[in-house]
Design a protein around this ligand. Structure first.
Ligand SMILES: C[S@@+](CC[C@H](N)C(=O)[O-])C[C@H]1O[C@@H](n2cnc3c(N)ncnc32)[C@H](O)[C@@H]1O
Length: 248
């Protein structure tokens, strides 16, 4: 299923758990520098759009566009791979947590580069297996995530497409935006249906894997096995789980 269709199917409850995480937003907005005009690509419901700049958004899913609150930036129906703007139309183009959904990520990134003088992308390093071994959810419960990343271009290739430098983004333990890795120190959250529905990975691995993870995690939380295996996490305030900013 193409990702636009995916979000027209799974996007209905997105805002229940997905919202701006202020500490990560501060990193994105700092990376935008002095940009006055900003294009937000794959904008979804508008999280991370800076309120103090002139923003225009593009988002292919009608269901996601329909959930944008009143007063946020105007949003066009378009995809990253074919942005309906002239060359160098914006000071900056940003994309948050969306590149992994694009049919052709390299083409989409080149489009961002074409229409903007600066590019800021929040994504993850799919070629780095270290975080998948470090993150108990992928290591002990959902190894299928590795299969989802088989055809994903290396982060260096994505960075090269826009001439970007790469910066790590640690995830605070109390991250407000409920993306996949957000609850690394709050394992009970993954037992919640609304938390899982806000993350596309669960739709991609399918209901059998999802139910297996929930069952095993619940058992391990009840028996104390999870706490025993992950007792080192209690003292950590931010985790390095492969999330990255590309800045060009
Ligand atoms: C996880 S959501 C992120 C939304 C928003 N950026 C945020 O941070 O909340 C991924 C978004 O990417 C959009 N998307 C999927 N394919 C796309 C494409 N080819 N071009 C642009 N956006 C796309 C989806 O419709 C969805 O709204």
């Amino acid at each position: 299923m193409a990702s636009t269709q995916l979000y027209d199917t799974i996007g209905a409850t997105y805002t229940a758990t997905r919202r701006t995480e202020p500490r990560i937003a501060a990193r994105v907005w700092a990376a935008l520098g002095a940009a006055r005009t900003v294009l937000n690509v794959g904008a979804g419901t508008g999280s991370y759009e800076p309120a103090d700049r002139d923003v225009i958004s593009v988002e292919p899913s009608a269901l996601m566009r329909a959930q944008r609150p009143a007063g946020v930036a105007p949003c066009l129906a378009a995809s990253a791979e074919s942005l309906p703007f002239k060359d160098q139309s914006f000071d900056a183009a940003m994309a948050f947590s969306t590149v992994h959904h694009w049919q052709d990520p390299i083409a989409g990134l080149r489009e961002m580069r074409r229409v903007a003088r600066r590019v800021v992308v929040f994504t993850f390093d799919g070629s780095d297996t270290a975080w998948r071994r470090r993150f108990w959810l992928t290591r002990d419960y959902l190894p299928e995530v590795a299969d989802l990343l088989v055809d994903w271009p290396p982060l260096t290739e994505l960075a090269r497409a826009v001439g970007a430098r790469i910066e790590p983004v640690p995830i605070p333990w109390d991250c407000a935006d409920g993306f996949f890795e957000a609850y690394w120190r709050r394992p009970e959250a993954y037992l919640r249906e609304d938390v899982r529905r806000g993350v596309s990975i669960w739709a991609k691995v399918g209901p059998d894997a999802e139910h297996r993870v929930v069952r095993r995690l619940r058992d391990d939380l009840e028996s104390g096995r999870w706490a025993e295996r992950n007792r080192d996490l209690v003292d950590i305030d931010a985790a390095e789980l492969g999330l990255r900013l590309l800045i060009a």
